[in-house]
Write a protein that binds this ligand. Structure first.
Ligand SMILES: Nc1ncnc2c1ncn2[C@@H]1O[C@H](COP(=O)(O)OP(=O)(O)OP(=O)(O)O)[C@@H](O)[C@H]1O
Length: 312
């Protein structure tokens, strides 16, 4: 369990993190989202005692990180996969960490196997691709078999197989009752991996809710409907003020009436339906709309447009 209360970090005149309060609970993967510069890495660094908060604080398993008696056994973290001594082999890097934390050697072999680096464990880290470096960082995070994992952008550099592997690993670890906090800009993957989302923008909390609820709450309701008598159904729906447009897959996309109301209407008119599917936006669509105003580093095109771009 990770608890943030009023966590604030000021760099000179700039608020990087602004009064953040939320809990990261065990038994699920919590996705940590925010545009570039939103304050995710600074927040993670403060949780891990690497940056001092200006105000407020963070607790891991009830204590500030620096007061944990055996931190590596309680919290595993990956902040920067490239922050490894390049001249060391993967095995030596892990052995160095294990010795410092009193972790037995056989655990090194276990985690090297777990992340799929056995064949290159004796190679120097500087020869590693980014994907291999991420796997090494994940191995280091898992070394102490911790109940809490904090991973900043671990997906970067992983190939398709690696991404799939990481998804299975993280959902498995959460399934064992561990606390997993994961940041990523890869929305499609976040949608598949995270159960819960925390979204920040310009250092402030924008959302803290289950993934499904986040998407549903921020999606306009629309429903795909197909009926045996499409014309009659569309006439009925229009009468009720619904908006209707053809669905490329056949049938209609209906707005302004939810699936329950459409089903009841069809039932009352003895119209048989062949499809009644609520449509939700993807996490990427919802997230982009939500954070549009909180984006600090816009592309040149946006800057020139002066923020007048229309919604997608
Ligand atoms: N050491 C520092 N000194 C001054 N400003 C900093 C420092 N570290 C971070 N910042 C600023 O704090 C803000 C938050 O940065 P942070 O790296 O935490 O964002 P982030 O959400 O992790 O971004 P990204 O998605 O790009 O990794 C940014 O405006 C950044 O420029």
């Amino acid at each position: 369990m990770i608890e943030l209360r009023g966590l604030t970090k000021r760099h000179g005149g700039k608020l990087a993190v602004d009064q953040l309060s939320f809990d990261v609970r065990p038994g699920r993967v919590t996705g940590f989202l925010g545009p570039n510069g939103a304050g995710k890495s600074t927040t993670m660094r403060m949780i891990l005692g690497l940056d001092e908060p200006t105000e407020g604080g963070a607790r891991v398993n009830g204590r500030p990180y620096r007061r944990l008696p055996a931190p590596l056994r309680e919290v595993g973290a990956l902040l920067d996969a490239r922050a490894v001594h390049g001249g060391r082999t993967a095995y030596d890097h892990l052995r160095f960490l294990a010795v410092t934390a009193g972790i037995p050697r056989r655990r090194i072999t276990e985690v090297v196997d777990l992340v799929g680096l056995t064949a290159v464990a004796r190679s120097r880290a500087k020869e590693f691709s980014l994907g291999m470096a991420q796997r090494l960082g994940i191995a280091a995070a898992l070394l102490g078999d911790p109940g809490v994992l904090i991973l900043d952008e671990p997906i970067n550099g992983l190939d398709t197989e690696g991404i799939r592997w990481l998804r299975g690993l993280l959902t498995g670890l959460a399934g064992e009752g561990r606390t997993v906090l994961l940041s990523s800009h890869v929305m499609s993957e976040m949608e598949l991996t995270a159960d819960h989302l925390v979204v920040i923008g310009q250092g402030r909390l924008l959302a803290d809710m289950p993934m499904r609820a986040f998407i549903a709450a921020n999606s306009e309701t629309s429903t795909v409907v197909r009926a045996t008598d499409q014309d009659r159904l569309s006439a009925l729906l229009r009468e009720r003020g619904a908006t209707i447009r053809p669905d490329p897959g056949g049938g209609w996309i209906v707005g302004g009436l939810d699936a329950t109301a459409i089903g009841e209407l069809a039932n009352a008119q003895r119209l048989s339906l062949r499809e009644l599917t609520p449509r939700y936006r993807s996490l990427e669509e919802v997230y982009t709309r939500m954070t549009r105003d909180a984006v600090e580093y816009r592309t040149a095109r946006h800057a020139i447009a002066g923020g007048t771009e229309t919604s997608s």
